[in-house]
Design a protein around this ligand. Sequence first.
Ligand code: PLP
Length: 470
Amino acid sequence: RAESAEGPAAESTNDAAFDRARQVIPGGVNSPVRAFRSVGGTPRFLVSARGPYVTDVEGREYVDLVASWGPAILGHAHPEVVAAVQDAASRGLSFGASTPAETELAELVVDRLAVTPGAGHLRGASLVTTRLIDELRLVSTGTEATMTAIRLARGATGRDLVIKFSGLYHGHSDGLLADAGSGLATLALPASAGVPAPIAGQTIVLPYNDRAAVEAAFAEHGEQIAAIITEAAPANMGVVTPRPGFNAFLAETAHAHGALLILDEVLTGFRVGPAGFWALDAFAIREEDDGSRHLVSPTYLPDLVTYGKVIGGGMPLAALGGRRELMEKLAPVGPVYQAGTLSGNPVAVAAGLATLRLADANVYHRLDVVAEAISDAVDDALTASGVPHFISRAGNLFSIQFRETPALDYAGVQAQDAFRYGPFFHAMLEQGVSLPPSVFEAWFVTAAHDDTAVNRVLDALPVAAHAAAA
Ligand code: PLP
């Protein structure tokens, strides 16, 4: 292999880059879904990204609908985020000590999660502010955030069992891999090897959206259940919408039995809206008999919430938050241990702060507009090609289900013509649009998707829909 003074020569094709990677990296990837297993073909090796575009080693540019699996709500390499990162980096990459910026980020998040329903046009709107969390602990990945939330719930309740739902993904800690979505769904693995049975046995896996199953689990094990963990809106088996009131039901049922609700907003948090899916979901609008409409104060409050992705603006940063009395069970105040050499890393915190500060109402409006334009066009293109499908949405997250009726759970999601996604995906890729390489993943838009980028996606859809019909 040719090497210059600058180091090894860059690979000139994706095939060459993949072949080389496979020699030294398992499967050539550092996270399984990147490997294109479910859609076939060679993964694209990326060298740069800007705004709504990514560029591969062959110099081909794609409109990106992966957005680093969620973080890039502003688009890639937003100049102000990059400047904040450069500035922080110039002052030191990691201190292993506290920084004022960590407090600023925690304050910003606590404030964002204090929601005051009071839209002017709604008569009788309550003006009471609901604070979702008092304190926030920063970690480096979503996996750590949910793992710590589970440990905290167990430490606080003195109980061991945890309820999770099939097809939902909360990162790759041992106890949360049972029947998980995302990469396990893509590879059709029911669980991971290497998880000891006694650990898996601490997780009760239930079908999503199924109230009776939750009630039955509490009837049988109520005294031993520490927590229910759920994605605020599932988006790791593709998008599945919670039935109206399902999250509120989970909170009520958990609390009635002395258990906690952990709302995992790693994917939805700060993406579907400024205060995550909870704020979209919990503040119901009630219509009275006389036709007047009231915003109702939250129908539920989770005990712990987890964040990742957007909170780090593309850098490794995640968090868990909750009420003070619960959060102060964490070390060093309380007995539940959690730590991290790079937790609250100053460069990551700078990226997160810059991203959240820029993510204003205009950004969320654009995300919604782009998501609607693209998802409606996907719907139309598949209809025009006669492909049975349903476009599943949760806020600005969406995905295709190749079945006619909405799937409500993992079994439903698996009962679709998943084989149609590979041809659809590759037809889009060939036309310069990069989609998530699995039907079991959500599509992610960014506020940098301008009309040019959106139109490139729309123009590519008829050919892809035709390929899916074959
Ligand atoms: N929870 C949810 C809902 C996620 O979507 C993810 C990742 O996709 C995680 C947790 C794990 O986060 P990470 O990949 O940062 O460990």
